[in-house]
Design a protein around this ligand. Sequence first.
Ligand code: NAD
Length: 256
Amino acid sequence: MNTQKVAIVTGGGSGIGYAISKALAAAGNKVMIVDLSLESAQKAVEEIQSAGGEAEAHALNVAEHKQVISVFDQIAETHGRIDILVNNAGIGSVGTIEETSEEELDKVYQVNVKGVYNCAFAAVPHMKKLPSSVMVNMASIASSVGIPDRLAYSMSKGAVLTMTYSIAKDYVSDGLRCNCVAPGRVHTPLVDAYLEKNYPDNKDEMFETLSKTQPIGRMGQPDEIAALVKYLCSDEATFITGTNFPIDGGFVTINN
Ligand code: NAD
């Protein structure tokens, strides 16, 4: 019998992270949902458990270095291992360089860049102890192409892409695979909050406009991203490391 794997999903209480948590639990992994919001993490755990899966909720701010180490060490001690880390937690930011304050840049850096660093820093020593382990980082189309009005967000997602390459290179001989996925626009609470904040009077119209920026004519669904992440975390993907996977309805390569 295969040993049950322990997977940590950051930001697993909402949107894409929630879909990933469900998919990894359905694949038989024990899923640790870490999220700023304990309430949404607990709600996700209840839903996974009621579907017969195994999950646990942990309140955590990925931007807090010591807090991340403490929670990850506790998970490793309790469950004996960390096989999978999905660095999904992230926040959005809108604005050109002139519209991006120093505070905004720092805030985005703390979560989207330092959060990934913190979680990888805390998890890798545990993952290295296993003959094989896997990390998947949540990049974006903004990691590799210019998106209007997204200075801070693009900066942060570019860093996620290059941290992925760096970790993949440094730990390839430790059996640790590291890849990232780069979604186009996916319909999640993050998108709804963006529309509510920036286009309160014409949300539906903007939703349509944003949908059509994907050549495929719609936004992605969280479950579609989760299916790719589940595959990358599985033993079917053992030959894949150091790779970025666009999942964007054709945005990066056939947008014209
Ligand atoms: P979401 O807002 O629905 O969910 C994000 C989750 O992360 C929330 O549960 C939130 O509480 C948690 N979180 C935020 N800051 C945190 C912190 N400091 N510590 C711990 N948890 C924290 O967002 P989503 O749309 O599901 O996005 C998930 C990831 O996918 C993000 O990294 C985002 O940048 C990326 N992404 C999203 C899209 C999209 O169109 N939705 C596209 C490309 C990439």
